[in-house]
Every structure is written in C-alpha cells, then in structure tokens.
Design a protein around this ligand. Sequence first.
Ligand SMILES: Cc1cc2nc3c(=O)[nH]c(=O)nc-3n(C[C@H](O)[C@H](O)[C@H](O)COP(=O)(O)O)c2cc1C
Ligand code: SF4
Length: 518
Amino acid sequence: MTVTFFVPRDSGALALGAEKVARTLQDEIVARNLDARIVRNGSRGLYWLEPMVEVETPAGRVAYGPVKPSDLASLLDAGMNEGRTHPLWLGPTEQLPFLAKQTRLTFARCGITDPVSLDDYRAHDGLKGLEKALALSPLEIVTQVTESGLRGRGGAGFPTGIKWKTVLDTAGERKYIVCNADEGDSGTFADRMIMEGDPFVLIEGMTIAGIAVGATKGYIYTRSEYPHAIAVMNEALVVARRAGVLGASVLGSAHAFDIEVRVGAGAYVCGEETALLESLEGRRGIVRAKPPLPAHKGLFGKPTVINNVISLASVPVILDRGAAFYKDFGMGRSRGTIPLQIAGNVRYGGLFETAFGLTLGEIVDAIGGGTATGRPVKAVQIGGPLGAYFPRELFDTPFDYEAFAAKDGLIGHAGLVVFDDSVDMLKQARFAMEFCAVESCGKCTPCRIGSTRGVEVVDRIAANIEPEKQIAVLTDLCNTMKFGSLCALGGFTPYPVMSALTHFPEDFRPAPVAEAAE
Ligand SMILES: Cc1cc2nc3c(=O)[nH]c(=O)nc-3n(C[C@H](O)[C@H](O)[C@H](O)COP(=O)(O)O)c2cc1C
Ligand code: SF4
C-alpha cells in the first residue's frame, strides 16, 4: 500500500525549512525504493513544531516535528512510514493537546487536505454549503448568515448578514464581492493560512456571497508579501474554473461567478475597506469618507460586499450545517468560533480556533504556555497594532467583542502578541504613534499631524522633560485622535497608547536616580 507523507507548503513552515525537508524526504523515498508519496498540505497551525511531518497510518495520522532534513534518514530508519516512535515522534496528530482542545469549523480542513485538490476538498465536506445555497433563494441565504450571528472577522465585528442584506437590497447592474485579504495586523496569519491551506473554502464562501447578493465577480485583495498565498489561490482558482465551480454556470446552475486575485504593494491603510477600494481601482490607497457605504457605492461605484477572509471562509460551514449549529458556539453577541492567532514571545505560538468565551488568561497561559523566554508575561496586545495592551489583571476578560470593548480593548482580527517583563511600555506607546505616523494616509489632520506630535511628546516623556505635563498633553492628543479621525487608523492608535499609560504608569515615570556611589 502506498504510504502518504504530509509536508506543509505553508509559508510559516517553508520559512523553517519545509521545502528542503520535502525534497530530502523525496530523495530518501527514491533511495530506499519506498512505495510512498508526499502531499504538500497546509499547516496545522502548531508553529513551534514546524516543519511538522505527518504520515498516514491505518490508525490515523502520526506527527513528527520539528523535522530537519538531516533527521529524515533516522526517522525512516526508525519506521516513520509506519508511525513508529523516534525522539521527534509527537504521537497521533489529532490527539496533540493544542489540536484536541480546538473547535475547528472554519479551519476544519486546514493541514488535513491537499490545498489544491478539489477531490480532497469534496471528500472532506467541501462544496456542501454551496450546493445547499444553490437550492435557496438569495434572501434565504442572507437570512442563514444573519441568524448564524456571524460578525466580520476583519476587525470591526459588524454583522455579516446585515451587510449582505444591504447589498442584496441595493439596485445595481453589477455588484461585487471583495475579499479583504490584506491582513496587515501585527501577529496575524489566519487569512494567509486559509489561502495557503484551504483556498477552496474561501472560493466557496465568496461564491455563496455572490449568489446571495447578486454579484457575478469577486476580487481577493491581498499584499505582495504573501507570494505563497497568491500562488496557491491562483492555482485553486484555475482548478475551480475547470471543474465548473466558478464560471458562467456555478455547479451547473443559472448563477455566474468568477474571482480574481489582486495584489497591493502592502500599506497598512489599504486594509481599511475604502482605501482598499481605491487601491483596487488603481489609485493610491487613501480612505474615502463614508457615506456612501461600500454596500451602496463600492468598487467602481457599484454595490459591494467587503468581507475579511475568515468571515467569508466561515460561510460554507454555516450553510452546510445550518445557522443554529454555528450560533450554538460562543457567548453573548459573539457567536461561532474565532481563529486566535497566538504570537510574540510565547511558548506555543500558532493558530487556535475555538468558540468565543475563553478568558485571555486561559489563552495565554494554558494554551500559549506563557512566554518563550520563561519570564513572566507583562502584557498582551490584542487586535493588531491598534489594539490595547492588557496586563495580567485583565486576564479574566473573556474573548468576546463586548467584554473587550468594556475594558477599552478590541478583538480586531484576533491576533494576540505576548510580551514578557522586559518590555518597556513607553517604547511600545512610541511605536504605536510612530506606526500611525508612517502608515497614515494623510487625509485627516488628527491622524496625520497628531501621530507625529505623539512621537515627540513620548520622546519628551522619555527624556524626562516635564513628564507630568507631557502625559496630560498625550492624553489630550489621544482624545483628539480618537474622536476626530476619519478612520480607525488614527481613531484607534490611542488604544495601545492609553492602555500602556493606564496599565503600566510606572514605565511613563522617570526611573529613580541611582544613589550616588559612596
Ligand atoms: C487601518 C485599517 C486597517 C484594516 N486592515 C484590515 C485588514 O487587513 N483586513 C481586514 O479584513 N480588515 C481590515 N480592516 C477593517 C476593514 O476596514 C473592514 O472593516 C473589513 O474588511 C470588513 O470585513 P468584515 O466585516 O468581514 O470584518 C482595517 C481597518 C482599518 C481602519
Ligand atoms: S485616520 Fe489616518 S489613515 Fe484614516 S483617514 Fe485619517 S489620515 Fe487617513
């Protein structure tokens, strides 16, 4: 029987040497005359174990990692092809605690299937959501999405069904589905993982969106820093077109839908939906004033759904299993699952999909295993560069949009960046202002000028020049940015700054002068 090995083609794994591991494994297979094949899967999301090699055995998949090319000879000598033990043996993949504790709905196939095999996709429940959607009216599809409680995973948490309903109800001779795959938030990689590990789920979600609102064309807007995701997406689009999933007649239906990948040069503000539209139309990425909403007047002035990758990739399971199934997960108004991206100075960094409601402490300590350096956790920044820094005192906050907002934080795209006690929060506050100054599109004054003034004020605090007065100026400046900025880049930069000041005031005060040596 042919043995199947899995070596990820995910860029996180590639960065850690997966390509060389795959090539060496292939050489060993030939040299040993083994009846074996290698599938280049997506990552399972356990990045500290990458490159993680798996083998299919009659009892299920067995994992080894992290594997170096030089380990392969000894792994095969030890019987890796039969799942036998070795110092790098991790055990049955599904039983690895980091995976066993997850609820994978959106990432159900990621790391399991061959990302560009439509047969594999179908064999793992792929296209069932689209097939069900084709039997429904547009309004019924939108109602399913609304009732599931799905909220946008790109940052703002806006109900996806309501956005779709607006586009459905807006007349237009053309409508568009735009997938926001810009993924600019620090410490986030869920969009990339889906595009590299399960591109068909995004294609399926976008196609369902198109059928629901009456759009025939979709664009995936991503960044040039994602070359592997772009390659896999384009490969999958060709396969989907050939198989009739996309094209003039979606799965033989009367609906037409096709998708193109568009690549931006990589500006943080181009993730903001209206700047994204400008960029997609070939102009510089500058934020548009709202109204009009993109749902009324979006891409090329036409009604447009703009959704994050994860929002769209969550739609197929909702249509397949039903709104009630999805809604059953989560807490409060945060329904379903959220793919947490655990990063920074953390022991077990990776992708952890779970129902909303785990506390921050459970995520950082129990799942993330604390810091990689072994030092105490001092702060966690949640929600990207515009997210607040939470101290340990807030670790009882459940992962829920409203609970985070109540503590002046945000979930954003669900990235968590962990810092140990060596971090200087004044420097982090400066970094937030500097980031805003560098990435500002320049359209409005509070952000364009405020961020540069913010850097200067923080520098004066650091230099111990009238620190109390400067802290008052910083607070005032943050209020002006928060309430006076046109978009969330300027409007949310105060979150990291003010949370650093509020929770770590000691870092904003001059260090006590060391006692003079006797
Ligand atoms: C500065 C800035 C950057 C953003 N970057 C992203 C991004 O990279 N990806 C994303 O999906 N949304 C991003 N957003 C949010 C989008 O404007 C928009 O809310 C989102 O694409 C809507 O999709 P959703 O409802 O599915 O979340 C950003 C917003 C701002 C203000
Ligand atoms: S807040 Fe900043 S990024 Fe947003 S519109 Fe104003 S200048 Fe542009």
